[in-house]
Write a protein that binds this ligand. Structure first.
Ligand SMILES: [Fe+2]
Ligand SMILES: [Fe+2]
Length: 164
């Protein structure tokens, strides 16, 4: 059984992951408006991953005697200055999520909830990967942002992700 405190914290994270999905879906729509279908596909894959994260938490809460209670998902931004601005915002967002996951781990440890702590370690690793993959795109965009040819190459490269 998870404690009420952990239940509440995990429910909060379900909402945060659903917001992430919503944010990346909004970014996909922005990229579609720019006809950057590779970037858009990358964001679609990212959206699906975030929904998977939410469901992983959802299942964990249920399997451990908790109750999932869904809350409103905040509306994401709908416009950005440039593809670079989108990925910079993505990086910032992932850093924020990493902070939330770390806090969850802290409270699992505080509550002596080993099951929750072990479960959350998957998210700790996932955040390291996410920050690093998003940072790579930021670095590439810094070089390509004003160069149409480099942008189209990068668009094709990012589009590969949707296929995997
Ligand atoms: Fe996530
Ligand atoms: Fe994420």
């Amino acid at each position: 059984m998870i404690s009420k405190k952990i239940e509440e914290a995990l429910n909060g994270q379900v909402n945060a992951e659903m917001y992430s999905a919503y944010l990346y879906l909004s970014m996909e729509s922005y990229f579609r408006s720019l006809n950057l279908s590779g970037f858009a596909g990358w964001m679609r894959a990212q959206t699906q991953e975030e929904m998977m994260h939410a469901m992983k938490l959802y299942d964990f809460i249920n399997e451990h005697g908790g109750r999932v209670t869904l809350k409103a998902i905040e509306g994401p931004p709908t416009k950005w200055e440039s593809p670079l601005a989108v990925f910079e915002a993505t990086y910032k967002h992932e850093q924020k999520v990493t902070g939330l996951i770390n806090k969850l781990v802290d409270s699992a440890i505080e509550q002596k909830d080993q099951a929750a702590n072990t479960f959350l370690q998957w998210f700790v690793k996932e955040q390291v990967e996410e920050e690093s993959s998003v940072d790579k795109v930021v670095q590439k965009l810094k070089m390509a942002d004003r160069n149409p040819q480099a942008m189209s190459t990068l668009d094709r490269e990012l589009g590969q992700r949707a296929l995997t």
